[in-house]
Design a protein around this ligand. Structure first.
Ligand code: ATP
Ligand code: MG
Length: 439
């Protein structure tokens, strides 16, 4: 009898995941896991080590690290007062956090050159739109402590190896250099002067960008601005010797290892800290938001956050956009989840007191590495057998009153229908040998 004083369940409003945030449901895990496993394998093959940094950081890390003229810092960050007088921000990207750890733990003291990687959730309060989430995931590598252009090339190669291993064929590598503090000012001036003529045709945002971060105009997604950007001179004529030489080596070394790339003189990055090499991997069939991976060199970030002057280069792969690319590429060519995980053995209990016995045996089998499961819904033996079939169990263990009384269990091979009475100690062995050899 139910308790008469039992409270009626409260009615909640329709609870849903917050806007721009998604769940990954069981049937989607197969591909997610594959993406992550392949990435880890490739990252580690090239000597990158995993680091995990907190999901939120001191706000000053991003406001300094990213610079404050970017879309992210100006309007996309989730920033909170932590109640103890500090301001904290959910990380909008992971590079700054990894560099903070590199500086805080003085990793450079043991070894200046470090190869690090991360996988995790990032948060940006973006305008809700196709392909953009407010919580999304990135996997990235950072080669820290080197100015060698071959480090840039290595990161590009690691990214393409991940996609190659995943059999994603139609991606393009877009490559550019954005120079350094020495060569950027004259180029900035030329751009400002030339763009001034087109003021009436630029979007509102780009009008503001002319004053603050003119390079972002080149990268604007608005059609009108793109057309104007195409009329601007490329940076290549303004590069200093160091940047020019660096870029030459990058291009040659990419060709040495047969990585095809397209030069895109208007490729700029959304984060202010980039220098020299920048790149994107795009899948044109994804449409407006076609970038699945973005990276580049950032030689000033570490000194900006209090570390020694240290060159570094890395990329961030968007996991959701990469997933989208994989889903398109595979369509129904690759096994997707069958829903329920496969079970080697299903335990069926018949009658009183057998449920606990099944439970005990299941624990034992699992400890021996045999996947198994049992019923937790008090269902009939017939319904339990149906579940065993649905789960495609190879074997079923039946415990009824007779078996219980004799201290035995019945093992049934689902393919041949063969049955055998066993003691508890024999179960693990017999569960795994071919039924033909049971006698
Ligand atoms: P921009 O906004 O300047 O075009 P971005 O924000 O797309 O650049 P990064 O910040 O370098 O680029 O992010 C790298 C990759 O991470 C992107 O190419 C994309 O695949 C993924 N990504 C970035 N922001 C989001 C988001 N809000 N939702 C889903 N994926 C994202
Ligand atoms: Mg962005």
């Amino acid at each position: 009898m139910g308790d008469v004083n039992e409270e009626k369940p409260k009615k909640y409003p329709n609870l849903r995941a917050p806007r721009g945030m998604e769940d990954v449901l069981p049937h989607q895990w197969h591909l997610w896991r594959r993406l992550e496993e392949v990435a880890r394998e490739i990252f580690e093959l090239s000597g990158y080590h995993e680091v995990r940094t907190p999901v939120f950081e001191d706000t000053r890390l991003f406001v300094r690290g990213i610079g404050d003229t970017t879309d992210i810092v100006e309007k996309e960050m989730y920033t909170f007062a932590d109640g103890e007088g500090s301001s904290i921000t959910l990380r909008p990207e992971n590079t700054a956090g990894v560099m903070r750890a590199y500086v805080e733990y003085e990793l450079y003291k043991t070894q200046k050159f470090q190869k690090l990687y991360y996988i995790g959730a990032q948060f940006r309060k973006e305008r809700p739109q196709a392909g953009r989430l407010r919580q999304f995931h990135q996997m990235g590598i950072e080669a820290v402590g080197s100015m060698d252009p071959l480090a840039d090339v290595e990161t590009i190669s690691v990214a393409t190896q991940v996609y190659d291993r995943l059999c994603l064929a139609d991606y393009d590598v877009k490559l550019n250099t954005i120079g350094c503090e020495e060569c950027r000012p004259p180029y900035r001036k030329v751009l400002k002067d030339k763009l001034a003529r087109y003021k009436k045709d630029l979007c509102k945002l780009c009008l503001a960008r002319i004053g603050r971060n003119v390079f972002r105009v080149l990268d604007c997604k608005e059609d009108g601005c793109r057309e104007i950007a195409r009329k601007m001179p490329a940076i290549y004529d303004y590069l200093c010797k160091g940047c020019k030489d660096h870029f030459e080596v990058v291009k040659e070394a990419l060709s040495d290892i047969n990585i095809h790339y397209d030069l895109d003189p208007f490729l700029a990055r959304g984060l202010d800290y980039y220098t020299k090499t920048v790149y994107e991997i795009i899948l044109p069939s994804l449409g407006a938001r076609s970038a699945i991976c973005a990276g580049g060199r950032y030689d000033n970030l570490i000194s900006e956050i209090g570390g020694p002057p240290t060159g570094a280069v890395g990329f961030a792969m968007g996991m959701e956009s990469s997933m989208l690319a994989l889903e398109r590429a595979y369509q129904d060519k690759v096994p997707v989840d069958e829903g329920e995980p496969l079970t080697q053995v299903y335990l069926v209990s018949i009658g009183e007191n057998t449920h606990r016995e099944c439970f005990k045996i299941a624990q034992r089998l699992r400890a021996q590495g045999i996947s198994c499961d049992l019923d937790y819904e008090d269902r009939s033996p017939k319904a339990q057998m149906r579940t065993a079939n649905k789960r495609r169990a190879r074997r079923v263990i039946v415990i009824g009153p007779d078996e219980l009384a004799q201290g035995q269990v019945k093992l049934k091979d689902m393919e041949t229908g063969k049955e055998k009475l066993l003691t508890e100690d024999q179960i693990a062995v017999y569960s795994q040998v071919d039924a033909a050899n049971w006698d």
